[in-house]
Write a protein that binds this ligand. Structure first.
Ligand SMILES: [Zn+2]
Length: 394
């Protein structure tokens, strides 16, 4: 019998009463909450046959309980989120004013609690051997802190689910790999002194770019020193330079650390089409990332859970996550995206410009090549000096 990849259906979230309020909400248009993002992503996996058994098992999302959420979050923060419907301004005053990225809206607790519940179930299901691996598309809220919402994130499903895993298997060694274009600051902060959670975040870092943290010098503290790793990359970094950094830093650390459990935040916002960020990755890099992660997990006999994370061009998000899911589940994708999906995107006002699973290669403009290469060199060299010796690497 084939052991399935678990995939979490957005039906429960889409059925929340008041979901349509999101479309009328003030603030930056945000596909994290925009039903279009769910429809387009789910539409593509369903229409390509990826949601069918036996390779993929579709699971419902469920709300995380308060006991689960408070494994990481401050109880009064969770309570305030829950009660927000009656006390909106109290939330604002206590946890920072609403921002375009974190507006206050009445169903925010319910919405986010579903994303946390799904990620917990993914982690526990894989840890208990019910699934080969799991992908929770609508999780990955890596910026949320213990009692603070930030960067579209109110509750941190990555941290909460890993805390649940640590309760279940106290000696587990976790690799948290974050390839979202933004630094995984919330998750890093939660495990900053913990040598049993190696966090590696590879992200854009530039003047004023959210969340502005994630320099190479942030390496953890106390017993966790050397177990927080940051790979900052300059704007316009392309496939070649990105992959060079990944191979030089991530692979050796992964091999040296020998995790039992790999948790991958697969933000699709490092893709060149993303409107909010400046890295220039194509689908080729996502394909390569996905194969590499799968092979490393397989060779090390490790567990794997992936979560969606960021990505603000819904068509790109759908293509990236479909590729990753197909790879995790061991399913071949059809040569092109289904015509009916392209038509669906069009109806929603979105353009599908590539029907295959590749992009035109992107080349850095000549005048920027050496600047980017030198910046990546500095990052690699710095990390090899700061972090590698702690892991017995030279
Ligand atoms: Zn992001």
């Amino acid at each position: 019998m084939v052991q399935p990849t678990a995939l979490y259906s957005p039906d429960a979230i889409l059925a929340i009463e008041g979901m349509d309020e999101i479309e009328r909400m003030e603030g930056a248009p945000n596909p994290f909450w925009n039903p279009t993002r769910f429809e387009v992503t789910w539409g593509l996996v369903a229409m390509t046959g990826l949601t069918s058994p036996p390779h993929v098992q579709v699971e419902p999302m469920r709300r995380a309980t308060r006991d689960e959420l408070t494994l990481f979050h401050d109880p009064s923060y969770v309570e305030t989120l829950e009660l927000f419907g009656n006390m909106g301004n109290a939330f604002s005053k206590r946890f920072g004013p609403p921002s375009p990225e974190c507006p206050v809206f009445t169903i925010m607790h319910e919405y986010e609690a579903y994303t946390v519940g799904a990620t917990i179930d993914a982690v526990v299901g894989v840890a208990e051997g019910r699934f080969k691996n799991a992908f929770s598309f609508f999780g990955g809220f890596h910026h949320a802190l213990e009692s603070k919402a930030a960067g579209f994130c109110y509750l941190n499903d990555c941290v909460v689910s890993l805390k649940v895993l640590k309760q279940l298997r106290p000696d587990v060694r976790i690799l948290y790999l974050d390839t979202d274009v933004h630094h995984g600051d919330g998750t890093q902060a939660a495990f900053y002194d913990d040598p049993n959670v190696l966090t590696i975040s590879i992200h854009e870092k530039s003047m004023g770019f959210f969340p502005m943290t994630g320099g190479i010098e942030e390496i953890g503290t106390g017993p966790g020193k050397g177990y927080s790793v940051n790979i900052p990359l300059p704007p316009l970094t392309d496939d070649v330079e990105y992959w060079r950094a990944f191979e030089e830093i991530v692979i050796p650390l992964w091999e040296a650390y020998q995790p039992d459990f790999v948790f991958w935040e697969v933000g699709a916002d490092a893709h060149m089409n993303d409107p909010l960020a400046d890295l220039m990755l194509t689908l080729d890099t996502y394909q390569r990332l996905s194969r590499t992660v799968r092979e490393m997990v397989h060779l090390g006999k490790q567990n794997l859970v992936a979560v969606g994370g960021g990505g603000y061009d819904p068509v790109t998000v759908a293509r990236v996550w479909s590729l990753v899911l197909a790879d995790m589940a061991g399913v071949c994708l059809p040569p092109t995206v289904p015509l009916e999906w392209a038509e669906m995107c069009e109806r929603l006002g979105l353009k599908v410009t590539r029907v295959g699973w590749t992009d035109r290669p992107h080349r850095i403009e000549v005048e920027n090549v050496s600047k980017i290469r030198n910046a990546v060199d500095r990052t690699i060299k710095g990390l090899k000096e700061l972090v590698f010796p702690i892991h017995g690497l030279t």
